[in-house]
Design a protein around this ligand. Structure first.
Ligand SMILES: [Ca+2]
Length: 280
């Protein structure tokens, strides 16, 4: 048993070394590509990561109109303690010029003073494990609370947090801090979180690499948090179940607070693509 463990650890070390080496090899090209990509271009790929597995799902947003209904649902209505009303109108979520736009607007609607966009892949795409990535340009205004995240597909049977949640990217107000978090249930709500900083108003690839052993959070090639889930320690079984994807731009809430810089609205979160690669 010990020998097997040691072998596994060595294997992990070698795997980690390979990952680090391939990242440093490709980072320069990727950074260069990102630097030259103020406008979203679908020719901008992430070769450092594509080699890690098979592309199993994607939306490159190479069309015009509502988010592809074969891939996405639009969520509508209010969310607890947030200031926006999510609508299914084009003004709040629209695809054009190679990107999805989630747009926060200052307007009275459904009893709220703001509207915005939120989409998900529930009942259309789920994945258990994989590299889940999106290239995103965040808005920069006080009151913003954008997120790229997952929820357990069994949420209908196992209400949050027992369904599990992986927050690939969350950010608050005009802060340069990016948060990566997972939530689960273990006789009550549990969570584990990490953070890093980046230039939020520029394009970045936000990703998790989720395997049966761990969840790793990245901004571009910067690995900033690793969470062990091997053997589902501390009741993390929900992190070994299929999850669906979500993207939204919230305005205000318990976490970002309730002060909004209306002078910056409308403001939009742009998403060049969402791609999912198998990890095995
Ligand atoms: Ca695109």
């Amino acid at each position: 048993m010990k020998k097997a463990l040691m072998y596994c650890s060595l294997k992990a070390v070698f795997a980690a070394m390979t990952v680090v080496m391939s990242f440093s090899f490709c980072t320069e090209n990727l950074d260069e590509a990102l630097k030259n990509a103020d406008q979203p271009e679908d020719s901008v790929h992430s070769p450092a990561f594509a080699a890690k597995g098979t592309l199993i799902w994607q939306d490159e947003f190479n069309y015009t109109g509502a988010p592809d209904p074969a891939k996405w649902n639009t969520e509508t209505g209010i969310r607890k303690n947030e200031l926006q009303y999510y609508t299914n109108r084009d003004v709040n979520r629209y695809v054009s010029n190679g990107s999805l736009h989630l747009i926060a607007i200052k307007e009275s609607y459904g009893g709220k003073n703001y509207t915005s966009g939120k989409i998900n892949t529930r009942n259309k795409f789920t994945t258990k494990y994989g590299r889940i990535e999106a290239r995103i340009k965040l808005p920069v205004f006080k009151g913003e609370f954008p997120a790229f995240w997952t929820l357990g597909a069994n949420i209908g049977t196992y209400p949050w947090p027992a369904c599990g949640e992986i927050d690939i990217m969350e950010q608050l107000n005009t802060n340069n801090t990016i948060y990566g978090t997972t939530h689960w249930d273990n006789n009550g709500h549990k969570s584990s979180s990490g953070s890093t900083t980046t230039t939020i108003g520029s394009w970045h690839v936000y990703a998790v690499e989720w395997t049966s052993a761990s969840i790793k959070w990245y901004v571009d090639s910067n690995l900033y948090k690793t969470f062990n889930i091997l053997g589902a320690p501390n009741g993390t079984w929900e992190l070994h179940q299929p999850h669906y994807l979500l993207l939204n731009l919230a305005v205000g809430g318990d976490w970002p607070g309730f002060v909004v810089d209306d002078s910056k609205l409308p403001a939009q979160m742009d998403v060049d693509y969402v791609r999912v690669y198998s990890m095995n």
